[in-house]
Every structure is written in structure tokens, then in C-alpha cells.
Design a protein around this ligand. Structure first.
Ligand SMILES: NC(=O)c1ccc[n+]([C@@H]2O[C@H](COP(=O)([O-])OP(=O)(O)OC[C@H]3O[C@@H](n4cnc5c(N)ncnc54)[C@H](O)[C@@H]3O)[C@@H](O)[C@H]2O)c1
Length: 437
């Protein structure tokens, strides 16, 4: 088994493949970068060197990268410690490539597949034992150079030393924040993040009907809860309604049948209409917001008012003191009701998904901080609110107490973390040492 990774084959030189290849080359790994044609591989190298931002900081490290094609050069993977597949998100394409590469790689090399949501068990179904023991999912986030999160997902036959070696390399050498996830739909970050966004659209629609503005919705879903200033609508504009629609459809098929997320896999009617007319977000020139260039060269931000169905000037919102902290979601006005349903709902969702998607609360908190730039992960937020107060509100509203909150309640403890975060509460109701970040 490879003990130290020094050479990497990246198969597929698109957005993710070129990002991974650039990062590895920057850290002095020998990289074999293959794509469907030499032209595609050369274009990828151009992006690696002069993209925005370039994947390589030091141009001379370009010499660490050797280009080739998947048809002529796949046998060269025999010289590589890690074979990282990053071709299109298509099960059959990934399976075909796995079948071709397996006889060509040497014993002890590690294989990974980059997928946003295809289960590893589907990719490896019926494949040789040697491959099933040596393979994991590596879920990097885009842009690879910038985003800290890397989710590593083993299959049921993956050998522990494969996970350890790859996690050590990606953490220590590539500078990633490694989170250990399970082979479940959307892994950790996207499972919780997409629930928050898709359910948020539905709750926000009701909040707008009750009189909140879209800008207030975004203000409530940013600073008070420790999320980036894009809030809810702003983040969906950045991602694009087309991607969110794709995610929703995938969740609809793959979520477990009793998962509460099943209620939120389709858009509310107004967002569905936006999708149909191509009002997708920033990449389409506007979604919920747009920036207009005026004749004098200045810029004006506008909001697509969901109530009037028309563009208007964006409001500048200053939340009052009582809505500026995370505690506001325990209140009972319109702002609190929206925040309780959206953020409180996502916290309950996360608390119900341990141990289903992660063995512990730590990996979930890190995934949300490193992949979605949340200031605090869900359990860190619950600790800030006070889990007992949160549970009391659930009970007052005749709502069930989500799994990890119930573990905490039964343990008689008051928080998910203690001793400045160096210990966390496990599913057994006892504290365990938190591994350093
Ligand atoms: N882009 C993201 O934000 C993101 C984030 C996380 C994970 N992912 C996953 O990473 C993988 C790669 O995504 P991407 O965004 O880099 O895609 P991409 O479309 O940018 O690149 C895919 C590459 O696959 C190659 N390809 C196309 N058809 C092929 C075939 N039949 N056989 C072999 N190669 C083929 C293309 O030439 C291209 O270079 C996907 O599984 C995707 O879901 C993407």
C-alpha cells in the first residue's frame, strides 16, 4: 500500500480535474493529467496557469504536469500513487473508466472518484475486490484551490489505511479540511446546505406573504446566524436556479423515503416560473437580484420583488437589536418565525442525520464551516442558543426532538462541546476528544 503520495493521475481535466491537478503540482507532486483529447488537456493546462484565479501560483511548477489522453496514455497510471477520476457526472462514464483503469494500475495505488452525488456503491457494483478495497469518493469543492472542505467517503470494503493515507496527504500536503462522510446522498455539506436552501425558499415565500421583504429574509439568514452576507436568495443567485433544480431532482430520487427533505425537493411556484423563463441568477444577468449599469457608469442593485413580480430598487436593511443575534429565532414575531422554520429546521435536520450521514457532530460542523462558510456549524449554533432552550421550544410547538438533541437530553449534559471544543458529545451520550482541525 502506498505510504506517501508523490504522484497523481487526474483523469478528466475539467473544472475539478484541472483544480486538483494544479493544487497537486503546486505542492510538488508529479501529475499525469488526461482528458478525452490532447486539445482538451492543453486547454486545461492553460486554465491552470492563467485562470481566474490560476490553480498554480508558481508558473515553473507547470513542469510537474504531464498531459495525455484517456485513449492513448491511460497505461501510464502504473507509475502513480493516487488515481483521481474527475470526469463528467455520469454513472456509466465513471464505471467504464474504472473498468479500464483497474487492470492498468499497480498494487497499492489509491483510487478516488470525484462525484457530487453518485453513490460509491453504484460506481463499484460488481467491480473487482482489489478496486473496492482501494477506492473512496473525494468530494472537493469548487474552486478547489480556494475551498477548504474535502469530504472523503469510503465504501463498505475500503481499507482503513487507504482512507488514512489519502486524508493525511490531502490535509497536510494539499491544505484541505478533511471531513469523513458516509456513502449517502449528497454526503454531508450538500445534504444539509441544500435542505437549508430548498426548505428556506418555501418558508421565505410564506414570510413574504406575512410582510417581510426579501432583503430582510437575507439579512436574517446572514449575520444573526453567522452565515455569509449573501443570505438565502443571494446564495441561490450565486449557485443558479438550474443547479438547485438539478439538486432537488436528485434528492427526490435518492433521499430515504421518510426524510423530511422530501417535502422540499421542488421549488415554490414563483421560483419554478423564474426557472422556466431563464431568470437563473448571476450567470443569467439576474435572478432574485441584478446589478444595472447606469448611463453615468455607476451601478444600481435591483431586487426582483416576488410579490409584485417586477424589479425595484434594492432596500438597505438594518436589523434592530433584538433580531441581530442567533437567539432571535426563539422569539415569536414574523422574523423569528421565519428564522425558526428555516435555520431551526436545518439544525433539527442535521441533528437527525447523526449517525446516518456522519459518525459524529464534529464532521458535520466542519463540513458546514469549510464548505458553506457558515461561521458556526449546526451543533455549534445549537450550543450558542443553548440546546435546552431549543428543545423547550420544540416541545412547546409539539415538535419531535431530533436524534442528537435527544441524546443530549438523555445524557443530562447541556452542550455538544465542552472544554473549549476539545471534547464533543458522541452518540453514546459521552464526551470524546475532538481531533485537531
Ligand atoms: N464543478 C463543481 O462545482 C463540482 C463540485 C464537486 C464535485 N463535482 C464533480 O466532479 C466531477 C467533474 O466535474 P467538473 O465540474 O470538473 O466537470 P467538467 O464538465 O468541467 O469536466 C468533466 C471532464 O470530463 C471529460 N469528459 C467528458 N465526457 C467524457 C467521457 N465520456 N469520458 C471521459 N471523460 C469525459 C470532459 O472532457 C471534461 O474535461 C463530476 O462528477 C462533478 O459532479 C463538481
Amino acid at each position: 500500500m502506498t505510504e506517501k503520495i508523490k504522484s497523481v493521475a487526474v483523469l478528466g481535466a475539467g473544472t475539478m480535474g484541472s483544480g486538483i491537478a494544479g493544487l497537486c503540482a503546486e505542492r510538488d507532486c508529479q501529475v499525469l493529467l488526461l482528458d478525452v483529447s490532447m486539445e482538451a488537456a492543453e486547454k486545461a493546462l492553460e486554465r491552470i496557469v492563467s485562470g481566474h484565479p490560476p490553480a498554480l501560483d508558481s508558473i515553473q511548477k507547470k513542469s510537474n504536469i504531464t498531459l495525455g489522453t484517456l485513449s492513448d496514455d491511460l497505461d501510464k497510471i502504473i507509475g502513480c500513487d493516487w488515481i483521481c477520476e474527475a470526469v463528467i457526472e455520469d454513472l456509466q462514464t465513471k464505471r467504464n473508466l474504472m473498468e479500464r483503469l483497474e487492470p492498468l494500475r499497480r498494487d497499492g495505488s489509491i483510487v478516488s472518484t470525484n462525484t457530487s452525488g453518485i453513490p460509491l456503491r453504484d460506481i463499484t457494483r460488481g467491480m473487482p475486490v482489489r478496486l473496492r478495497q482501494d477506492i473512496v469518493v473525494t468530494h472537493f469543492f469548487n474552486p478547489v484551490k480556494v475551498m477548504r472542505l474535502l469530504e472523503i467517503v469510503p465504501g463498505k470494503d475500503t481499507k482503513p489505511d487507504v482512507i488514512q493515507t489519502l486524508a493525511k496527504f490531502c490535509g497536510a500536503e494539499l491544505g484541505k479540511g478533511v471531513v469523513h462522510a458516509k456513502d449517502t446522498v449528497n454526503f454531508i455539506g450538500n445534504r444539509i446546505g441544500c435542505f437549508w436552501m430548498l426548505s428556506g425558499l418555501h418558508h421565505a415565500g410564506r414570510a413574504l406573504d406575512s410582510g417581510l421583504s426579501m432583503e430582510t429574509v437575507d439579512a436574517l439568514m446572514s449575520e444573526p446566524v453567522g452565515l455569509p452576507p449573501t443570505g438565502l436568495y443571494g446564495l441561490i443567485d450565486l449557485i443558479g436556479l438550474d443547479i438547485m433544480d438539478f439538486v432537488g431532482k436528485n434528492l427526490k430520487i435518492n433521499l430515504p423515503k421518510d426524510d423530511i427533505g422530501k417535502h422540499f425537493t421542488s421549488f415554490p411556484a414563483k421560483e419554478e416560473a423564474m426557472l422556466k423563463r431563464g431568470q437563473l441568477g448571476r450567470k443569467a444577468g439576474g435572478g432574485f437580484y441584478r446589478v444595472q449599469k447606469l448611463n453615468d457608469g455607476s451601478k444600481k442593485k435591483e431586487t426582483f420583488d416576488q410579490k409584485s413580480g417586477d424589479w425595484r430598487d434594492t432596500l438597505a436593511i438594518e436589523l434592530d437589536g433584538k433580531h441581530r443575534t442567533i437567539d432571535m429565532m426563539l422569539g415569536d414575531d414574523i422574523e423569528a418565525t421565519f428564522a425558526w422554520h428555516t435555520m431551526g429546521g436545518a439544525l433539527c435536520y442535521a441533528a437527525d442525520l447523526v449517525p446516518q450521514i456522519s459518525d459524529d457532530v464534529v464532521n458535520i460542523d466542519r463540513a458546514m464551516r469549510w464548505g458553506f462558510a457558515w461561521g458556526r456549524g449546526p451543533f455549534e449554533m445549537l450550543d450558542a442558543i443553548g440546546p435546552k432552550r431549543f428543545i423547550a421550544k420544540l416541545k412547546d410547538n409539539n415538535l419531535s426532538v431530533a436524534n442528537m438533541l435527544s441524546v443530549l437530553e438523555k445524557s443530562g449534559e447541556s452542550h455538544f462541546y465542552k472544554n473549549s471544543g476539545t471534547e464533543y458529545l458522541g452518540t453514546d451520550g459521552r464526551y470524546h476528544p475532538t481531533l485537531p482541525e
